[in-house]
Design a protein around this ligand. Structure first.
Ligand code: UD1
Length: 382
């Protein structure tokens, strides 16, 4: 019998991640799996949501809760209420959630409480920093799940340490969950869309960028955007690098960062940034454009989990604007350096990577077929 899976998406990275599963289901597993997509509406601007459906060929959501922005509690509560109703109507065999956002925890909690098995993709990742909302979301989600798919060996070890058994049962349940290390579905996506991006993206040309002569940077974590001192230090470091080295820095900017720059920083400093010839603040980029920007950058400076790894996929050094990361293997292997929001450390890391080239890129993230593996387990283990 065909199994009905409800996929929850909401924030930008989940929309992107979901395309790997939707592609695998429609290409290889449509006789065994039916996918119903529910968008919580956590991200709603066209550049944060709609663009990905169009360019990545993601099926239109069957339901959209339009919850919009709000405090953690208010936003998550609205999602739980809406999702529970949809789950009761649709009666799925499982609810599939991605990553660690408020949409993830809302989907998992609403499903687990009414005894619908939860499938967590990107399970087991830990920053060991519970002041991050994402850390709370990912830990609690893992412990409500019946099927857990971890992208890395680190994730598998974390789950084992938290008491998950790595023995798998014929049927995965919340009390006896099955855990699999399957590789990273974002590696699937980056490989799949890389050549499409080569053909279709015009972002370098539009912005007068030359391959390997610019730095790509993104900043959106609340700990960086909502604390004036941190945001100021990061942007000051970027300004200084761009001026001293005469190198362009491209910043596709999350709406949260745009708002916080205006709210928290001095108008003189913001004007300085905006008038700098070497700082290019762009609207949020689509996936094909971000791949083009990543593949051709000389270096990436980011607080995004996705960009850290994509830097590794495309063999670029990465400066991570966070105190710790869930993707620890790229730091341990010397491909990335953690600098938090400390200006001096950002400059030091930039200096280091500008003068080093002998990096290795071991296969940490699988074979590009994680989504197919997951589909097989949805069929066999639920
Ligand atoms: C969320 C995730 C984060 C993920 C990020 C990817 C949580 C707790 N955080 O953070 O893990 O890395 O998505 O982008 O779920 N806004 C808009 N338009 C939009 C969306 C947001 O203007 O389409 C603005 C609003 O001012 C909003 C703010 O951005 O309050 C923050 O949005 P929110 O979804 O709460 O968190 P993100 O920072 O996007």
């Amino acid at each position: 019998m065909r199994k009905k899976i409800i996929t929850i998406i909401g924030a930008r990275p989940q929309i992107i991640k979901s395309s790997a599963m939707s592609r695998a289901i429609s290409k290889h597993f449509s006789e065994s799996l039916e996918e119903i997509i529910v968008h919580t509406g956590q991200h709603y601007d066209a550049g944060m949501s709609e663009v990905f459906f169009n360019e990545m060929n993601i099926p239109k959501p069957h339901h959209n809760l339009h919850v919009g922005s709000g405090s953690h509690g208010a936003q998550t509560a609205k999602m739980i209420e809406g999702l529970e109703l949809i789950f009761q109507q649709e009666k799925p065999d499982a609810v599939l959630v991605y990553g660690d956002t408020n949409s993830t925890i809302a989907g998992a909690l609403a499903a687990a409480k009414i005894h619908i098995p939860v499938v967590h993709i990107e399970a087991g990742l830990r920053s060991f920093n519970k002041s991050m909302p994402e850390e709370i979301n990912r830990i609690t989600c893992d412990h409500m799940s019946s099927l857990l798919f971890t992208p890395t060996a680190t994730g598998l070890n974390n789950l084992q340490r938290e008491g998950f058994s790595l023995e798998t049962e014929t049927k995965a349940t919340i009390d006896s969950p099955n855990v699999y290390h399957c590789g990273d579905i974002m590696y699937d996506n980056s490989m799949y869309f890389s050549s499409i991006s080569d053909k279709q993206s015009t972002i370098l040309k539009e912005n007068g960028l030359t391959a390997n002569h610019y730095i790509l940077s993104t900043i959106h974590r609340d700990s960086n955007t909502d604390v004036a001192e941190n945001l100021h230090q990061i942007l000051e470091a970027l300004l200084e690098i761009s001026e001293n080295e005469n190198v362009k820095i491209v910043i596709p900017m999350h709406p949260r960062t745009v708002n916080k720059m205006a709210e928290l920083l001095s108008p003189e400093f913001v004007l300085n940034l905006e008038q700098s010839e070497n700082i290019l603040i762009l609207p949020p980029a689509g996936f094909l454009d971000i791949i083009a920007l990543e593949k051709n950058a000389q270096m990436i400076i980011t607080d995004s989990g996705g960009l850290q790894k994509e830097a590794f996929f495309f063999q670029k050094p990465c400066i991570i604007l966070r105190p710790q990361t869930e993707w620890i293997e790229i730091v341990e292997n010397g491909n990335a350096i953690l600098v938090d929001s400390d200006k001096a450390r950002i400059l030091e890391a930039f200096e280091y990577f500008s003068n080093s080239s002998d990096h290795t890129y071991p296969n940490f993230y699988g074979d590009g077929k994680a989504a197919e593996f997951i589909c097989q387990k949805l069929i066999s283990d639920l």
